[in-house]
Design a protein around this ligand. Structure first.
Ligand SMILES: [Zn+2]
Ligand SMILES: [Zn+2]
Ligand SMILES: [Zn+2]
Length: 175
């Protein structure tokens, strides 16, 4: 694999008004390959172990740009012929979230792959309520402004994933 493919398409970072790559028809196998390669590099840099089960769970999370729940992952693992128990899946997800490879979306109680795990960040997530696809972006100014506001209110933020619900352009066209 070429080194350049370690970083996922920059277009996934929706910094402009164009349709984000995640919502365009694209070669999703390339997304999965890049995510797994980035995971291996991240784990190596952080001295973490990407065990086969953690790797497989990450691969399953990355099957699409839609978040998946722990229960769906459990079913997919069973389809693999693995006798995975819920704690196994939760432990693997905990690891992946802590390593920054996967984000947990609280509003959906589901998990989505991070496209930029090599750069630790707090993300903003656009969640389509119709097709459930998610687009992640990072806005430093949003983070700073929320941080400032929270501090003014005497609040120290430990996490600031921002989940924004709406409807993607495809789903809007379909209406
Ligand atoms: Zn993709
Ligand atoms: Zn991310
Ligand atoms: Zn949609």
């Amino acid at each position: 694999m070429m080194v350049s493919s370690l970083t996922l398409p920059d277009a996934l970072m929706t910094l402009d008004s164009n349709t984000p790559a995640a919502l365009r028809p694209h070669d999703h196998d390339a997304c999965i390959d890049a995510a797994l390669a980035a995971a291996e590099q991240t784990c190596k840099e952080q001295g973490l172990r990407l065990t086969p089960i953690r790797r497989r769970v990450l691969e399953l999370v990355w099957q699409s740009h839609r978040p998946v729940g722990a229960y769906e992952l459990l079913e997919a693992l069973s389809a693999d012929g693995r006798r995975a128990m819920p704690p196994t899946v939760y432990r693997a997800l905990d690891f992946l979230v802590n390593a920054g490879l996967v984000h947990r979306l609280a509003t959906l109680n589901a998990f989505v792959g991070c496209h930029d795990p090599l750069h630790p960040h707090q993300g903003q997530f656009l969640i389509c309520g119709d097709c459930r696809r998610v687009v992640e972006f990072h806005s430093g100014s949003v983070n700073r402004s929320l941080d400032r506001k929270a501090r003014n209110l005497g609040f120290e933020l430990t996490e600031q994933n921002v989940e924004l619900l709406g409807r993607c352009s495809d789903c809007r066209d379909a209406h």
